[in-house]
Design a protein. Sequence first.
Length: 442
Amino acid sequence: MAKKTISPGGSVSGVVELPGDKSISHRYAILAGLAEGASEIRNYSPAADCASTLECLRRLGIAVDAKGEHVRIAGKGLDGLKAPRRTIDAENSGSTIRMMSGVLAGQSFTSTITGDSSLRRRPMRRVVEPLRQMGADIRSTNGNRAPLEIRGGKLHGIDYTTPVPSAQVKSAILLAGLYADGVTTVRESVRTRDHTELALREFGANVAVAKGEISIEPRPKLQPRQSIVPGDLSSAVFLIGAALVLPESSLMLHNVGLNPTRSRVLDFLISIGASINLASVQLRDGELIGDVSVRHAVLAGGSISGAQVAEMIDELPMLAALGPFTEKGIEIHDAQELRVKESDRIATLAEGLRQMGARVEEFPDGLRVEGRAGSSAATKLRGARVNPQGDHRIAMALAVAALGAEGDTVIKDFECVGVSFPDFFKTLERLRGGENQDDLRK
C-alpha cells in the first residue's frame, strides 16, 4: 500500500488552474454521447471517475477520443447506443452508475452495469425505484446494489418526489425522461446541484425549472456542443483549506465553477472568518465561473445542518478537518448520507483526526470536531499514521490537517486521490514551494 508523508509548516502561495469539475464532466460526456454529431469538451476532468464514464460510453458503441483534458465524442443520437458485449464497469464512480442507469433504462437492449467492491456496497434503491416506476425492468441479486441488470424498454413520464436529496438520482430520472412517452417531473424538498438541468438545456433539451420542481419533455434532438468544463470547486476547497491552515498563505484559483448550487461552501467559509474574494465572474456554457482568491485567516468555527448539507456534501470532510484550526470547532448534523459514500466518511474522518490528537464526537448523522477554545492542553494536532480507507476526499482532508500538525503524518493509500484530483499532492507541494505559475498541474 503506497504511503505519503506530509511534513507540517510553511505556507502555500501561487496561481492555480484547477482540473475540470467532475460533476460537469460526467454530464457533458453522457449528453455528448446522446447528441447527434461530434462534441468537443475541453478541461475534461482527469479524475478516474470521469474516465469511467468515457469507458462506459465506449462499451455502448460511442467513439471517444481523449487526449489529456481534450475529449472528442461522436454522438449517435438518443437511439444510437449499441448493446454492450460485456458488463459495463463504472469502477468507483457513483455518478457514472446512477446516471448511466437512467440512460440504459430507455434502451432497446439489456445491459448489466457494475462497479468495484466499494461501489457494490453503495445503495442503489433510491435510483432503481423511480426508474422502475417509469417502466424499467431492473434486476439485482445483491439487494438493490450493483451489479444491476437493466432490461431497457418503453418508459413513461412520472411525477416523482425524491425522498432523499440527491443530484445523482434527479439526474438519472431526467436522463431516463429523455426516452419517456410524456413529461417527467422531479420534485425536491431541498435544492441539489443543477448541473444536469443546465447541461440538458445547453445540448438542446426542453427543461422547465420552478421552485423545487424540474420537468423535461421527451425525445429532444440533442445538438453537439463545444464546451469548456469549469475548474472543480470541490477540489479547490482542499487548496483553500491549506491556505486557511498555514499562516502567510495567499492563493489565486482561476476559472473555478461558481454555480450557486455548489458555492455555498464559500459562503460558509466566509461566514466563519475566511478571507475569500471573487473576481472576473462570468457565465460560460450555462455555468458561472470566476477567480477565487484566498488568504490565511483566523476562523471562528460554526455548525452545518439541514439544507446546507446537500449543498456542501462533497466539501464536508474538508470543513470538518478545519475544526481543530478554528476557535469554536465545526459541528455537522443531518449528514447521514456521508455514511454511504466511498467510505463511511463520518467514521473514517473521525478516526483519522483522533489519531492526530483532535477531539471528535461522532453522531449517527454527523460529528463535532473541537476547536482551540475547547482544548485544555494541546492546541495543535500531532503527526500520526492515518488510513483514509481508500476514500479520496478523506485522504485530502487529512493531508490538509497534517499541514498544521506537530510532526510528520503518514497517509496510507494516498493514491486514492486519483478518483477526483490526481495531481493534488503534486500541486500542494509546488504551492508550498511558493512557485507562482499559471498552471501548477503540469
